[in-house]
Design a protein around this ligand. Structure first.
Ligand SMILES: [Fe+2]
Ligand SMILES: [Fe+2]
Length: 266
């Protein structure tokens, strides 16, 4: 099974990149299933029902989340009950939505997807991702050997530790959240593909998606500054993982880093 994972889809630029590039990437690389992180799809923070639908229309089969999943105040989050959208599974009980799902292809093959959030250098204090993910894997393993984990975390060490901890139990651990693609994609000894961070699909001329001026001002003045999403320099970041259908072990992992120009004359 060929899985395309799209790094944090950021704002207007991220959505435009997907609308423009996803169909041809799926076709050119023979992608079977497409998963992407949508926590920043709405102006850089959060996701709405409308944007959830748009991402699905562009070709994403499963949309994962992170610390910004619920960043929009007073919104109707009932769409979080849909099986194609996830929020971190280790958020405390009582939150709406779910943190794992099974997606079944037309040919009958299926993939389990788990969304986890880390604890190191994060504001939230969720349940232990190391323990929660073992339970989640064991549950999904009863239905499919192919399991992909989006581990939404800040520290490279925490992401690597989790990947090594569950090596051989899942097909891939893909890091998200930093918006900076790392060059350490590899397959661990027992067959789990791993990358510390898939990167961001959004505006490259930015500081992790936002206009640089506001972020610099915040560092200089140490007081509240409202950040604005950048719309300069579109890029697509992600990885393609090829997985053996029977064993669920990863066969290959490769990065995608594409700069995208829009033809506004069309
Ligand atoms: Fe993000
Ligand atoms: Fe995040």
């Amino acid at each position: 099974m060929k899985i395309l994972f799209i790094g944090d889809i950021f704002g207007n630029t991220g959505r435009r990149v997907l609308a423009e590039r996803l169909p041809s990437i799926i076709n050119d690389f023979g992608i079977d299933v497409c998963v992407g992180n949508g926590e920043n799809v709405s102006g850089g923070r959060g996701m709405t029902k409308n944007y959830f639908r748009k991402l699905r229309k562009y070709g994403l089969n499963v949309i994962t989340g992170g610390n910004h999943s619920f960043s929009i105040e007073d919104k109707d989050f009932s769409f979080m009950g849909e099986p194609q959208v996830l929020r971190p599974i280790n958020y405390p009980q009582g939150n709406i939505g779910h943190g794992s799902t099974i997606h079944t292809l037309e040919d009958g093959r299926s993939i389990g997807v788990i969304n986890l959030i880390g604890r190191t250098f994060m504001h939230e204090i969720p349940d232990c991702p190391f323990r929660v993910c073992i339970d989640a894997i064991n549950e999904l393993k009863q239905k499919t050997p192919i399991i992909l984990i989006d581990f939404h975390a800040e520290a490279s060490s925490e992401k690597a530790a989790l990947a090594w901890h569950i090596d051989g139990m899942a097909s891939a651990v893909i890091g998200t959240h930093t918006h900076v693609q790392t060059a350490d994609e590899r397959i661990l000894p027992k067959g789990t593909a791993f990358i510390t961070d898939a990167g961001m699909t959004g505006p490259e001329a930015s500081i992790i998606g936002m206009k640089p001026e506001g972020v610099i001002k915040k560092y200089l003045l140490q007081t509240y500054v409202r950040f604005e999403p950048s719309e300069e320099g579109a890029m697509l970041n992600g990885v393609i993982v090829d997985v053996d259908d029977v064993s669920g072990k990863a066969l290959s992992i490769s990065r995608i880093f594409e700069r995208v120009t829009f033809d506004d004359t069309l």
